[in-house]
Ligand binder design. Structure first.
Ligand SMILES: [Zn+2]
Length: 170
């Protein structure tokens, strides 16, 4: 039923989509630099499936939006050793620092802790045993799974899909 409230909402969503396009092209053209986070003004959780499909390439979409898992050893970020920040490939929120990265031997970029407050977890029952899924807090994009066999100081292993991250060297 179309009432006044629905009209208002429809108008708002058009404005939102315009802002998303601008911000993403800004991020891609200029890199993800600190202090330039225009992406924070966007309502990422309101982005529709069709919009995500135009914003992400097919493999990014499969991992970030469908909780897919990339083939191990397929990401260049697995061997990334420089100092810098790993940001969400969808919305550019910083998720891990290079200090938290370690060589797990699994073929996926691995970290012992995320940047505080930027990652959320949920239980995942896709396998026979439950495991803990985690995702970008801002856009909800799936990143990977966290296991309890990581190194000190946390003992955690955040096993991340490289395709779900972009690296920003510092
Ligand atoms: Zn994100």
């Amino acid at each position: 039923m179309l009432n006044r409230r629905n009209f208002t909402r429809a108008g708002l969503s058009i404005v939102t989509i315009g802002a998303i396009g601008q911000s993403l092209s800004y991020a891609h053209n200029h890199g993800h630099k600190k202090g330039e986070d225009m992406n924070d003004t966007i309502d990422w959780k309101a982005i529709k499936k069709t919009e995500w499909k135009t914003r992400l390439d097919p493999e990014e979409y499969r991992v970030l939006r469908k909780e897919g898992t990339e083939r191990s050893f397929s990401s260049d970020l697995n061997n990334e050793k420089r100092e810098g920040t790993f940001v969400c490939a969808a919305c550019a929120l910083p998720l891990f620092t290079s200090e938290a990265k370690f060589e797990s031997g699994t073929g996926w970029p691995s970290f012992f802790q995320p940047i505080a407050g930027n990652v959320e977890t949920k239980r995942d029952f896709k396998m026979v045993l439950p495991r803990t899924e985690y995702h970008c807090k801002r856009c909800g994009g799936h990143q990977g799974h966290v296991f309890k066999d990581g190194p000190k100081p946390t003992g955690l292993r955040f096993c991340n899909n490289g395709v779900a991250l972009d690296f920003v060297a510092s």
